[in-house]
Design a protein around this ligand. Structure first.
Ligand code: AMP
Length: 307
């Protein structure tokens, strides 16, 4: 049995629903998306828990019920009286999606108020999964606390898996973002960056440069995603590329990276084969980008279902 704890912020999503000013409410968020797909892909004996904080209002109740109904463990989700959950709306202008966020009152920002809660959640876990958004939403002191907990988790034998998911508008400036990401990378076993973001904010000229930067920071396994282009894997012993199968009909790339991470991890934890894990990740992402929305039905790709 494998136990994974995903740490982050789930939000209410309002998406256009077929008419002007008509929206459909749902729940999403990068780490929640990955946890949601992991739950679909891993065996029932494995446990996937979500660590966050929500309020006590009706929308917080609904979010908690949604996470629970997805089969994710919710026992370490704190409830706070003083805050609620974040919200974003998707606007469509000439087919282009743009996002407006309200997350100032999000309880998830306070989830590291009590570091002991995360320590308890990680007890007996094999993997802690987080993203650059997890880092971005926390106050500086709480981010330092998170990194302390992850350091101890690794000392105890746990693995840290991190998607830098660079979102400059969540940070005071680009340097604060890149510094925090590299600090987290120094405590990471597997990093899953997307080259387009990394090139923009770290000035990496090539995916190889991205891989080298993270390897030099101490990461064991680097998997650089690059949209339809080759995925680059770098480990202490070797580096190689894996080509995702072409997707002719790309409908909505939301959650491509999040779902890739789930497919990758489910497969890698099953048999330790990195090339197969990349194919599994790409296979899930390919299904996700041919449908609209972050959370869609997918079929497990051969080699990643645990027996
Ligand atoms: P990204 O985070 O955009 O680099 O994408 C994550 C993963 O989603 C990639 O490694 C691919 O496996 C898949 N993906 C994203 N965009 C495409 C595309 N246009 N065609 C095929 N696969 C894609």
């Amino acid at each position: 049995m494998t136990r994974i704890v995903a740490i982050g912020e789930a939000m209410v999503e309002l998406a256009p629903a077929g008419g002007p000013d008509i929206y459909r409410a749902g729940f999403a968020g990068d780490t929640l998306n990955t946890a949601w797909y992991l739950r679909k892909l891993m065996s029932a004996a494995d446990q996937i828990a979500y660590f966050t904080a929500v309020g006590r209002d009706a929308m917080s109740d609904r979010m908690l019920a949604f996470i629970d109904a997805a089969g994710l463990a919710t026992d370490h989700i704190a409830r706070r009286d003083d805050s609620s959950v974040g919200l974003y709306m998707i606007s469509l202008t000439n087919g282009e999606r743009s996002f407006t966020y309200w997350r100032g009152q999000s309880a998830a920002r306070r989830m590291l108020d009590d570091a002991a809660a995360l320590r308890t959640a990680l007890q007996g876990a094999d993997v802690a999964y987080l993203s650059g958004i997890t880092l971005a939403i926390l106050p500086d002191t709480d981010r330092a606390r998170l990194l302390d907990v992850l350091r101890d988790f690794r000392t105890g034998g746990g693995k840290v898996v991190f998607d830098p998911n660079l979102r400059p508008r969540l940070w005071p400036d680009a340097k604060a973002m890149t510094d925090a990401v590299m600090q987290a990378a120094a405590l990471t076993d597997i990093v899953l960056p997307s080259f387009e973001d990394e090139a923009g904010w770290f000035d990496d000229p090539t995916p190889e440069a991205t891989a080298t930067r993270y390897r030099d920071a101490g990461v064991d396994i680097v998997v650089v995603k690059n949209g339809p282009s080759q995925i680059l894997v770098a480990t202490p012993d070797r580096s190689f590329t894996v080509a995702p199968s072409p997707v002719a009909d790309v409908r909505d790339t939301t959650a491509a990276g999040d779902s890739f991470n789930a497919g990758f991890l489910a497969s890698y934890l099953n048999d330790g084969d990195l090339a197969r894990a990349c194919m599994a990740g790409a296979g899930i992402a390919a299904q996700v980008i041919q449908q609209s929305g972050a959370l869609v039905e997918v079929q497990a790709v051969s080699g990643q279902q645990r027996g």
